[in-house]
Design a protein around this ligand. Structure first.
Ligand SMILES: Nc1ncnc2c1ncn2[C@@H]1O[C@H](COP(=O)(O)OP(=O)(O)O)[C@@H](O)[C@H]1O
Ligand SMILES: [Mg+2]
Length: 367
């Protein structure tokens, strides 16, 4: 789709860009004078009557499309009806099919680049504000029993507020699933291995010890612990990286992930280490995470007062205005490359290994 085209009333403002994982394309588009973010899904493709292929394959594709539509509508309904609209959760405004492809519309966020390193060097009060806004958004999903499933820096938009502070918006829960109901076909699990929880990595491996019921909102908490560590320190928590490429895999092999940083409040370090627990039942809920962050005395964002203090006291609420986007930088590029169960061996090598490379026997098929 090119600039100027009209898709269901949305006029495309710039040529579509392929986003990170290559599973979608996106652009900005205008409707009734307002500019929106428009995402085009590369699959499934709807079998129109004039499309080539046998009746049998068309029926199969049709079923796939129905499943896809049902998933999107059920997620939208849960978020909109049960939880109300979260101010910092970028929810779907419109979802439709145009010809053979599906599209999703959300509000446009004005974003600018901020690397992980840049985020990690913000005043602690501002880093904690970012963590709080993410927890707040995730709480909306978790209240609806929705597992985001793809938490990583690419899916968090960092915005700059009028006061000069940075806040966050959570996007891209298109690969989400309901808690305890992950995709039945493990090949349908989409995500980034660098952020997989140990139970998710085992589920994909089709390890008999992990049942769908073990794939809960707590899987997100593990990924969130990794994301928080990146934002706070600029790097992943400590584990044997010589031996394991991914944190979740290290944990499966009984490594304990630890965040060691004596510049951070003890309560924050303890919280994150708990989020990175191997046993998902030992991880805090996102509500608990939010409460701990809220009670942390790190000074008001925008002021240097109280910066880095290790006491606990209630501080400011959330502020959600402005614009900026988080981008991964050199320190995380290798690990944050988007991979799916369908990743080829070649691309898993490019990411420095992978589940299979670490002797877990996960076979990766070509699409
Ligand atoms: N609402 C938005 N406003 C502005 N940019 C956005 C918005 N949503 C997503 N983006 C940008 O588009 C990219 C891809 O969007 P995303 O929904 O994450 O697609 P994908 O499923 O391909 O990862 C994001 O990483 C971000 O850079
Ligand atoms: Mg994304």
């Amino acid at each position: 789709m090119l600039k100027g085209e009209n898709i269901n009333g949305y006029v495309v403002l710039q040529d579509f860009t392929t986003a990170g994982g290559g599973l979608s394309k996106w652009t900005f588009a205008k409707k009734s004078g307002k500019v929106y973010f428009l995402k085009e899904f590369l699959s499934p493709k709807y079998p129109t009557p004039d499309a080539p292929g046998s009746e049998k394959s068309k029926q199969r594709k049709l079923k796939e499309c129905q499943k896809f539509e049902e998933h999107h509508y059920s997620v939208m309904t849960q978020i909109n009806e049960k939880c109300g609209i979260g101010g910092n959760l970028v929810f779907t405004l419109d979802f439709f099919r145009h010809k053979t492809k599906y599209y999703k519309v959300t509000e446009k966020i004005d974003v600018a680049s901020l690397t992980i390193t840049e985020i990690a060097t913000l005043p602690l009060s501002n880093r904690v504000l970012i963590l709080k806004t993410i927890a707040h958004s995730l709480n909306v999903l978790h209240n609806a029993q929705i597992v985001h499933g793809d938490l990583k820096p690419d899916n968090v938009l960092i915005k700059r507020s009028k006061t000069g502070n940075y806040t966050a918006k959570l996007i891209d829960f298109d690969n989400s699933y309901f808690s305890e109901h992950p995709p039945e076909i493990t090949e349908d699990v989409v995500g980034d291995m660098a952020f997989y929880s140990p139970e998710l990595a085992l589920y994909i491996k089709e390890d008999a010890s992990v049942k769908p019921g073990h794939l809960t909102v707590k899987s997100d908490i593990f990924a969130l612990g990794l994301l928080y560590t990146l934002y706070l320190t600029g790097r992943f928590p400590i584990f044997n990286q010589e031996k394991y490429t991914y944190a979740g895999i290290a944990v499966i092999n009984d490594e304990t992930l630890t965040l060691v940083d004596d510049t951070l409040p003890d309560a924050l370090v303890a919280l994150i280490n708990q989020m990175l627990s191997k046993d998902f039942k030992k991880r805090p809920s996102v509500g608990e995470v939010f409460q701990v962050l809220k009670m942390m005395d790190v000074g008001k964002p925008g002021t240097e007062t109280g910066e880095g203090k290790k006491t606990t006291k209630k501080t400011t609420g959330l502020s959600l205005k402005g614009n900026l986007i988080a981008k991964k930088d050199g320190t995380t590029t290798r690990s944050t490359k988007k991979v799916t169960k369908k990743t080829t061996d070649a691309s898993s090598k490019a990411t420095g290994g992978g589940l299979r490379g670490k002797g877990l026997g996960i076979s990766k098929k070509k699409e």
